[in-house]
Write a protein that binds this ligand. Structure first.
Ligand SMILES: Cc1cc2nc3c(=O)[nH]c(=O)nc-3n(C[C@H](O)[C@H](O)[C@H](O)COP(=O)(O)OP(=O)(O)OC[C@H]3O[C@@H](n4cnc5c(N)ncnc54)[C@H](O)[C@@H]3O)c2cc1C
Length: 406
């Protein structure tokens, strides 16, 4: 009977944050249970599956060959359907993973570290004492089971069950990107880079092509503040786009992936009572692009470690989580938040046309704008002038960035 078992740490969710937390807690000696309501961890996929190599290098992770399906040495920005920026800086190198395989691999690492891992096990409710969780009810093997963990790590995604139980406020409208994506077969070889599309047709947010091999890619959109049908929007976008339609027809779709990505900006490591929030449940993404796989794993692992180490003292002192997350990944996350805030500002300025917003956003994402530029957005040069400035800045930066007309 599970209710007779005792766990120090209950981790809700076995995505990257939960598996990182399970590993962090178990390898530091805590009796750890990781649960996920999915019957198969990693499925269904709701992700573009791209991992920034600079963040990956901050971890102890080796992606197993079976989980890698692409490596990209650069990122291409297609701006306003007019300009192409190829950015070969190390920051923009990436790998594409097969998340069905990768997430299972991460959960396996948690299990190998000593955590109990249970798929098809769902958090249903919790008994609270103030902010503290005293016990939880899990639906496990068809039965309701009561467990009394000392600490809970809520790694249960953007629409967190634990967050609802603790009445955490929902994200603002511009704090969520509504994602939709098709995994598609291409008509011809796709360029060996991640492509990001910034344009008036999308508005705040962006489109992407993420290769999963020479003739296969995730093609998708992250839409912020829009409410139309995502699937229709993506189908039309692919069919009508002068670049995307060269490679893809909407009649060759292998998988449909949809979900919400939190992009509220970095708020460290939130702790409510004896609950540590990690990953999407804590809004721990690189907020200007919604990249969350590696940030979630890194923050989750810190949460697990802090939870476990707290038992070595007199009682759980979980405040270290916020500090440790900030020292481990705070700089990268803060940069992502600053860029996100600047993008939101750009798309709210009435004096800019949508074309200008796209141009400025493209320059911003490639760090070709200065703070002075941001204060002079009301008096931008014309398109030719903007292009000349962007080229000059790219050259002056010493970074491997090339810009050309489409
Ligand atoms: C369309 C889209 C594209 C994206 N593309 C990328 C990308 O290319 N690269 C990137 O880095 N990031 C991307 N992201 C973001 C990335 O997918 C997330 O940031 C990442 O998965 C967060 O990991 P997590 O572990 O916090 O949450 P999740 O991966 O969402 O895992 C949460 C887990 O909790 C489980 N759960 C929820 N409620 C309960 C419950 N009550 N009981 C038990 N289990 C529960 C769920 O089943 C789930 O498995 C994308 C997001 C979207 C929506």
């Amino acid at each position: 009977m599970v209710s007779e078992l005792e766990f120090d740490v209950l981790v809700v969710g076995a995505g990257p944050a939960g598996s990182g937390a399970g590993k962090g807690a178990a390898e530091n000696g805590a009796r750890t249970l990781v649960i996920d309501r999915k019957k198969e961890i990693g499925t269904p996929v709701q992700c573009g599956e791209v991992v920034g190599l600079s963040l990956l290098e901050m971890t102890d992770l080796k992606i197993p060959p079976s989980a890698i399906c692409g490596r990209q040495n650069f990122t291409r920005f297609v701006v306003s359907r007019k300009f192409v920026v190829d950015n070969r800086s190390p920051y923009w190198r990436s790998a594409t993973v097969e998340r069905k395989v990768f997430d299972k691999h991460l959960a396996m690492q948690a299990a190998l570290s000593g955590a109990s891992v249970q798929a098809d096990c769902r958090l249903m409710s919790a008994e609270l004492d103030g902010d503290d969780v005293r016990s939880v009810v899990l639906r496990w093997r068809g039965k309701d089971v009561k467990v009394e963990p000392k600490v809970v790590i809520a790694a249960d995604g953007v629409h967190s069950t634990m967050g609802a139980i603790q009445s955490r406020p929902p994200l603002e409208k511009d704090g969520i990107a509504r994602g939709i994506e098709f995994e598609m077969v291409s008509k011809k070889r796709v360029p060996p880079c991640m492509q990001i599309f910034i344009e008036p047709e999308i508005g705040l947010g962006y489109g992407w092509i993420i290769p999963k091999g020479p003739y296969r890619a995730n093609v998708g959109l992250g839409l912020v503040g829009r409410s139309e049908s995502r699937r229709d929007f993506l189908t039309d976008w692919i069919s009508e786009h002068p670049v995307v339609s060269q490679y893809f027809d909407p009649d060759k779709i292998l998988e449909v992936k949809a979900g919400d990505a939190p992009v509220p900006g970095f708020d460290g490591g939130p702790v409510v009572g004896n609950v540590l929030y990690a990953g999407d449940a804590a809004g721990q993404t690189l907020a200007f692009v919604g990249e969350g796989i590696m940030p979630s794993y890194i923050c989750g692992k810190v949460a697990g470690r802090v939870a476990a180490l707290s038992f070595r003292n007199k009682g759980p002192d979980l405040r270290a989580y916020d500090d440790e997350v900030r020292s481990e990944i705070g700089e990268e996350m803060a940069l992502g938040s600053d860029l996100r805030d600047a993008l939101v500002l750009i798309w709210s300025l009435p004096e800019l046309s949508d074309d200008e917003r796209s141009m400025v956003s493209g320059m911003l994402m490639n760090e070709l704008l200065t703070e002075d530029d941001m204060s002079m957005l009301g008096s931008l040069p014309d398109e030719k002038g903007m292009l000349a400035i962007a080229k000059q800045r790219a050259k002056g930066s010493g970074r491997p960035i090339s810009i050309r007309r489409l």
